[in-house]
Design a protein around this ligand. Structure first.
Ligand SMILES: [Fe+2]
Length: 229
């Protein structure tokens, strides 16, 4: 089993590379366009064949590397069908299985941060995108976000997974890299002991600035990272 967590300091985005040792088949999750060369170099160094390029959702803070990676590797791109995106090779929904080599990755639909937000479960680790962050969660004040829906996705779906499931988020802004379902249930300040109404109230009062690249990023990512037009 091959697992790499990569980081983009400018947007604090994590990219994940998952591979199977015998077949060398691999998938990459949430690549960042500016790091396509780094990612391709690592794929080559590890002798991997990229089968899929997956997005946890349409990002607002960086442009996906999907298009650049697909051009070189021929891998299939995929995102939730509820993202309203075009130009992807495959659309995903709740319960879909992504197969690479003999590996299976389960798609869990977790709307809330965006309608098409998904988590990917692979063995004991959950790639949560922006649905659940370490000590936080994705914002819900743009891209058709909905705080109540996010609360339901996290508490009704994600928090029902085994407590020792490792939580690998799509971002961290404080140098943390991994958590667990048990830790987030017990300590996440937006969720631990909070009712749905309290969570909605917290999310309505975050007062966050808009991401600098939001216009450019969302429009490119809705086309699979194609910035040509
Ligand atoms: Fe996001």
């Amino acid at each position: 089993m091959i697992f790499r967590q990569l980081f983009d300091p400018s947007s604090s985005t994590f990219t994940y590379l998952l591979g199977e040792a015998p077949s060398r088949s691999a998938v990459i999750v949430d690549p960042v366009r500016e790091h396509a060369h780094r990612d391709l170099g690592l794929i080559e160094e590890l002798g991997l064949k990229l089968a899929y390029i997956l997005e946890t959702h349409v990002h607002a803070d960086h442009i996906t590397g999907a298009n650049a990676l697909k051009r070189v590797t021929g891998a299939q791109t995929a995102v939730s069908q509820h993202c309203g995106a075009s130009g992807f090779d495959r659309v995903l929904d709740e319960g879909d299985i992504i197969e690479f080599g003999r590996q299976s990755l389960l798609v869990i639909a977790t709307p809330g941060h965006t309608p098409g937000s998904s988590c990917f479960l692979w063995h004991d680790r959950l790639l949560t995108g922006d649905t659940l962050l370490i000590g936080g969660c994705g914002r819900t004040d743009f891209q058709q976000g909905d705080a109540g829906t996010l609360y339901d996705s996290i508490t009704g779906r994600i928090f029902t997974l085994p407590e020792d499931t490792l939580v690998y988020p799509g971002h961290d802004y404080s140098g943390r890299r991994v958590s667990t379902i048990a830790e987030e249930k017990a300590t996440n300040p937006r969720l631990a002991g909070k009712t749905r109404d309290q969570f909605i109230d917290i999310m309505a009062n975050l007062d966050l600035p808009m991401p600098g690249k939001i216009g450019e990023a969302v429009s490119a990512n809705l086309r699979g990272g194609n910035t040509d037009g």
